[in-house]
Design a protein around this ligand. Structure first.
Ligand code: T3D
Length: 262
C-alpha cells in the first residue's frame, strides 16, 4: 500500500510509523486512521519486525480528531460511536494485541485521541517540548480511544478525573512525574534516545516481551490467583524459546546474548 498520511520506515528489525499531516498537527482524518490500522496489520504479519515506534512529523505528535472533518453539519448530529468503531478502536486494540513492543515517541503536543493513542502504547517517551491534553471536554466530549480505561490505571482516580474533566495541558515533565509516561528527554537527545530504545527492544527476546505484554494486559482485570496461573502458563512458554536457552548459555559463557526473537 502507498501511504499518503503516514510514513512507514523499516530498518533491520525496527519499524517507525510517522503520523504525517504536519499542517494540521497530525490530526486524524479517516484516511490516516485507516492507514495506521493497515500499517499495524503489516507489522503484526511481518516476522522481521520486532519493535515498533509511533511518532509525529513536524511540531506535534497528534492533535486528535481532525475537527474540520468532524464539524457537525447533520441534523440530527452524526453518531460518533460509528467514528470510534471505524477509526480509533481498531487502532487501540491492535496496539494492545500485537505481541511486539510498541513505543510512542511523543515529539510535541498530543491532544484528544492523539494523547490516548500514545497512552495505549507499551512505553511512552516524550521530548521536553511535548505536552498532553485530554482536550475532549473542551469541545463537549468524553475521552475516548481507551482514555477512560488507561488514565485511572496509569495515574490513579484523582489525577485522571482532573485531567479528563478539566482538559488542561500538562507538560511532558509533569506527565512523567505523575506516572502518565515513562521518560522525558531534552529536545537535543530525544530522537537519538528514542531510536536507541527502539533498536534495543528489537534485539531483545521478542517472545518474552510479547508474554510480558499479555501479562500486563490481563493484570488490568485479573485477581492475584488468576495472574499467578497466567504467569505459570506464560513462563512455561517463555522457557521453551530459543532465546531462553541463548540467555542462559550466554550467561554461563560470560558473553553477550544474541537473541533471535524465537
Ligand atoms: O468526531 C469527533 O469529534 C469525535 C472524536 C473525538 C476524538 C478527539 O480526538 S476529540 C479532540 C480533538 N482535538 C482537539 O480538540 C484539539 C484541538 N487543537 C488544539 O486544541 C490546539 O490546536 C493544540 C493545543 C493541539 C495546539 O495548539 P497550538 O497553539 O500549538 O496550535 P494551533 O495554532 O491551535 O494549531 C495549528 C494548526 O493546526 C491550526 O491550523 P491553521 O490555523 O494554522 O490553519 C489548527 O487549526 C490546526 N489544528 C490543530 N488541531 C486540529 C487542527 N485542525 C484540525 N483538527 C484538529 N484537531
Amino acid at each position: 500500500m502507498i501511504y499518503k498520511f503516514i510514513k512507514y520506515e523499516t530498518s533491520e528489525n525496527c519499524l517507525t510509523i510517522k503520523l504525517n499531516r504536519p499542517e494540521v498537527l497530525n490530526s486524524f482524518n479517516s484516511g490516516m486512521a485507516g492507514e495506521l490500522q493497515h500499517a499495524l496489520d503489516s507489522a503484526i504479519a511481518d516476522e522481521n519486525i520486532r519493535a515498533i515506534m509511533i511518532t509525529g512529523e513536524g511540531r506535534a505528535f497528534s492533535a486528535g480528531q481532525d475537527l474540520a472533518e468532524a464539524i457537525p453539519k447533520d441534523e440530527p448530529p452524526a453518531d460518533l460511536s460509528e467514528l470510534l468503531k471505524k477509526n480509533y478502536n481498531p487502532i487501540i486494540r491492535k496496539i494492545r494485541q500485537i505481541s511486539k513492543p510498541v513505543i510512542a515517541a511523543v515529539n510535541g503536543v498530543a491532544a484528544g485521541a492523539g494523547a490516548n493513542l500514545a497512552l495505549a502504547c507499551d512505553i511512552v517517551l516524550a521530548s521536553e517540548k511535548a505536552s498532553f491534553i485530554q482536550a475532549f471536554v473542551n469541545i463537549g466530549l468524553i475521552p475516548d480511544s481507551g482514555g477512560t480505561y488507561f488514565l485511572p490505571r496509569l495515574v490513579g482516580f484523582q489525577q485522571a478525573a482532573g485531567l479528563m474533566m478539566l482538559g488542561e495541558k500538562i507538560s511532558a515533565g509533569e506527565a512523567e512525574k505523575i506516572g502518565l509516561i515513562y521518560k522525558t528527554f531534552d529536545e537535543s537527545e530525544f530522537s537519538i534516545e528514542s531510536e536507541k530504545l527502539l533498536k534495543k527492544l528489537s534485539q531483545m527476546p521478542t517472545k518474552a516481551i510479547g508474554f510480558i505484554k499479555e501479562a500486563l494486559n490481563r493484570s488490568m482485570s485479573n485477581n492475584l490467583e488468576e495472574q499467578l496461573r497466567l504467569e505459570e502458563k506464560l513462563q512455561a512458554e517463555a522457557g521453551s524459546t530459543f532465546d531462553y536457552k541463548e540467555g542462559v548459555n550466554a550467561f554461563s559463557e560470560k558473553r553477550k546474548p544474541e537473541f533471535k526473537g524465537e
